[in-house]
Design a protein around this ligand. Structure first.
Ligand code: SF4
Length: 180
């Protein structure tokens, strides 16, 4: 009597010719490489920068996520805006962002970079860095702890993978600039 084996799928020819080979879409493969090797442009604007520096030190060790701090925008992927964005810094921030190669991402770290924080509606402070450049991840807090930045980096990694699956280029929201 013939045994009932159920609905067995046919053997994949590809697996027979190339055993143990993985098949992935190229943009997902590139996203995997990019998210595992984020180089952050190293500059801090105010007190949040101390927490950002701490996140790179041995205790929190951002390096284990492939995050390396880098002193030039020419090779950096991620800009971490850590601190108060005063209006005088607006142009340098925009210039540094434009000098970074595509694809690139921005993390707004702390209340000041998110919406002006304690300096909300101050005459000299920009009400969030997204008035100048597009932001992908916001890390709340005044200041956020290094663990919060770590979580923000992991969220950015998730976003990079999801964008690759959707086969779209990253399209972060950007607020319209407010008249100064
Ligand atoms: S959010 Fe708070 S800790 Fe961070 S730069 Fe602004 S005032 Fe300083």
């Amino acid at each position: 009597m013939a045994s009932i084996t159920g609905n067995t799928p046919a053997e994949a020819v590809f697996e027979r010719v190339l055993p143990n080979a993985l098949v992935v879409k190229s943009n997902e493969l590139f996203a995997l490489a990019r998210k595992s090797s984020l180089w952050t442009l190293s500059f801090g604007l105010a007190c949040c920068a101390i927490e950002m520096i701490d996140a790179h030190m041995s205790h929190h060790d951002l390096d284990r996520f492939g995050v390396v701090t880098w002193p030039s925008p020419r090779q950096a992927d991620v800009m971490i805006v850590a601190g108060t964005v005063v209006k005088k810094m607006g142009e340098p921030i925009k210039r540094l962002y434009e000098q970074m190669p595509d694809p690139k991402w921005v993390i707004a770290m702390g209340s000041c970079a998110t919406n002006g924080g304690p300096y909300y509606r101050s005459y000299s402070v920009v009400m969030g860095v997204d008035h100048l450049i597009p932001v992908d991840v916001y890390v709340p807090g005044c200041p956020p702890r290094p663990e919060a930045l770590l979580y923000g980096v992991m969220e950015l990694q998730k976003k990079i993978s999801q964008d690759a699956k959707k086969r779209t280029l990253p399209q972060p929201l950007q607020r319209k600039p407010t008249p100064s």
